[in-house]
Design a protein around this ligand. Structure first.
Ligand code: BTN
Length: 233
């Protein structure tokens, strides 16, 4: 399948751009600046000019995937593996945040409509500490971590890695052990799950093939879907 790459100077959000434009998969869009960068759960994504990689992929909607959670976990795994080529300290916080030394450096926003599967990825490349102030979870950038990577190099690596991981996962071939090797929440990690009704503590047992986090809470096994909760390690 051919890949079309669109590099924009400025856009509201690369995800929104792919949603409203009539483009066919695979299309990849990047922007130097997003004026309304979106995070998960209605949050904003800091998108200063030339500071981050703001990139979204339009993929064909796979027939067999039960939910997009596993695609977003496999995408996080692919992106973390690219980052680990530069410094092998990046971990995935379930379901799809990438952290270094406990600080968030990358977020992923998958969006599924009837006709479109869009995966948006934001990586903090060159932000200063000041520019990342005010985020809900402590954030960092490659520059703050003293990891020097040219934008073009990382962009090309990410495009290749994310495409490969998408097709592997869409064909049911995502290897969960790839995720487990770099997961922050491992078997027996103590987690706190913030639900609408309050916070509960439990012990993580791992994730299942659909990307649910399996947690033992007071002797009972619960499958946790990221849409419902936030997890603190
Ligand atoms: C998160 O909250 O962790 C997800 C952040 C996703 C940010 C990326 S940047 C490119 C794409 N366009 C957006 O508006 N959001 C995603």
């Amino acid at each position: 399948m051919n890949t079309k790459i669109i590099n924009l100077e400025s856009v509201d959000s690369t995800n929104e751009f792919l949603k409203r434009e009539n483009l066919s998969p695979i299309t990849v869009v990047t922007a130097k600046i997003q004026t309304q960068g979106k995070g998960r759960r209605g949050k904003r994504w800091i998108s200063h000019s030339d500071k981050g990689l703001y990139i979204s992929f339009l993929f064909p909607v796979p027939e067999k995937i039960p939910n997009i959670q596993i695609i977003s976990i496999s995408t996080a795994t692919a992106v973390a593996k690219v980052l680990n080529e530069f410094k092998s300290e990046f971990l995935i916080k379930w379901p799809n945040d990438i952290l270094i030394k406990g600080k968030k450096i990358c977020g992923i926003l998958p969006e599924l409509t009837k006709e479109k599967l869009i995966i948006g990825i934001g990586i903090n490349l060159y932000h200063s500490e000041k520019e990342l102030q005010g985020t809900e979870t402590p954030a960092t950038s490659l520059a703050i971590e003293k990891i020097e990577v040219p934008r073009e190099k990382i962009t090309n690596f990410i495009i290749e890695a994310v495409k490969n991981s998408f097709f592997k996962t869409a064909n049911g071939k995502f290897d969960l052990s790839d995720y487990e090797k770099i997961a922050l929440i491992k078997q027996n990690t103590h987690v706190e799950i913030k639900e609408e009704t309050g916070t509960v503590s439990g012990i993580a047992l791992g994730i299942d093939r659909e990307g649910f986090l399996i947690v033992e809470i007071n002797g009972k096994i619960k499958r946790v879907f990221s849409g419902d909760v936030s997890v603190r390690v």
